[in-house]
Design a binder for this molecule. Structure first.
Ligand code: NAP
Length: 281
């Protein structure tokens, strides 16, 4: 039976570490959060991030804009926050309403305040192996592997999904940790052929029941990034948890796995930004 990787407990540890380190700073780290419109899921995410900031002793500044906000207004706000001395990190909650150009908005955030690690500058630094920030979700997965002493070096790592936010940076981090990485996506024929070879299998697709027990190698570490709702409306991942758990060596639950780690790694990035901003790194 697999060891369940406790993302909640590890996230608490990461946040406590960040809180402790922040005490040594001259000024409390500050996060500006921009929420455009009133999408209920986005509201929940923003509230969660503000709660995490409070828990770590960081400040958070919420900027709530109406759904009909124009591109130029949003860019002006970002410009203002880029120059705000109290703001170390800027986060624009996605998705944005249709009329807004997401790429242009994310590129307007000063790279040194880009705590989500979405700016092409930071993505480039990551790819060349000299990152300032680490993308929160893949960094959370790496932290879990480290905490549970799951070796990556020389291991076969298979990532399902190739998004800019999860799949691509996940593959990059595993490769930089000396894993042999295969990335699969919607055009990959015979997914199981790859997944059955995986010592570490990371699924970031968003499809209930995608990863079945017959697709998993005995003794693998199975990391489920996805957040789906099943037919009963219950939160679940891509992996058939009940069937895979007896076969894997390690498995992450959904909820309580990667989700809390993503939030914790954001706090880590805010701390990094604040330290650099205050000339301490
Ligand atoms: P996304 O942008 O929709 O990307 C999904 C990826 O899955 C794409 O690369 C897509 O391939 C691939 N895919 C689709 N169907 C597939 C199939 N049948 N077999 C193999 N690959 C397939 O999603 P995302 O933003 O990366 O998020 C992925 C999941 O993780 C979602 O459930 C999301 O809610 C969750 N998530 C969780 C966290 C967290 O903190 N836990 C954070 C971010 C995201 P193509 O590129 O070919 O279309």
């Amino acid at each position: 039976m697999a060891t369940r990787i406790d993302g909640k407990a590890l996230a608490a540890k990461v946040k406590a570490r960040a809180a402790e380190e922040a005490k040594g700073l001259a000024r409390k780290p500050g996060l500006a959060v921009i929420l455009v419109g009133d999408d209920p899921a986005s509201r929940v995410y923003v509230t969660g991030k503000e709660k995490d900031c409070a828990e770590c002793g960081f400040l958070s500044f919420e900027h709530k804009l109406p759904a009909e906000t124009a591109q130029v207004e949003l860019l002006q706000l970002i410009e203002q926050l880029n120059g705000d001395e109290d703001v170390d990190g800027i986060l624009v909650q996605l998705p944005l309403p249709e009329q807004l150009n997401e790429e242009q908005v994310l590129n307007a955030i000063a790279p040194e305040k880009d705590v989500d690690c979405f700016h092409p500058f930071n993505v480039g630094r990551l790819v060349i192996g000299d990152p300032v920030f680490l993308p929160c979700t893949p960094a959370g997965v790496m932290e879990m592997l480290k905490e549970y002493d799951i070796p990556v070096q020389g291991k076969q790592c298979v990532v399902l999904g190739r998004s800019n936010i999860v799949g691509k940076p996940m593959g990059t981090l595993l490769m930089q940790a000396d894993g042999t990485v295969t990335t699969c996506h919607s055009r990959t024929p015979n997914l199981a052929k790859y997944t059955r070879e995986a010592d570490i299998l990371v699924s970031a697709v968003g499809r209930v029941g995608l990863v079945t027990a017959d697709m998993v190698k005995e003794g693998a570490a199975v990391i489920d990034v996805a957040m789906n709702r099943n037919a009963e409306g219950k939160l679940c991942g891509d992996v058939d948890f009940a069937a895979v758990e007896p076969k894997a060596a390690y498995i992450t639950p959904v909820p309580g796995g990667v989700g809390p780690m993503t939030r914790a790694m954001l706090m880590q990035n805010i701390l990094t930004a604040a330290k650099r901003h205050q000339g301490m790194d």
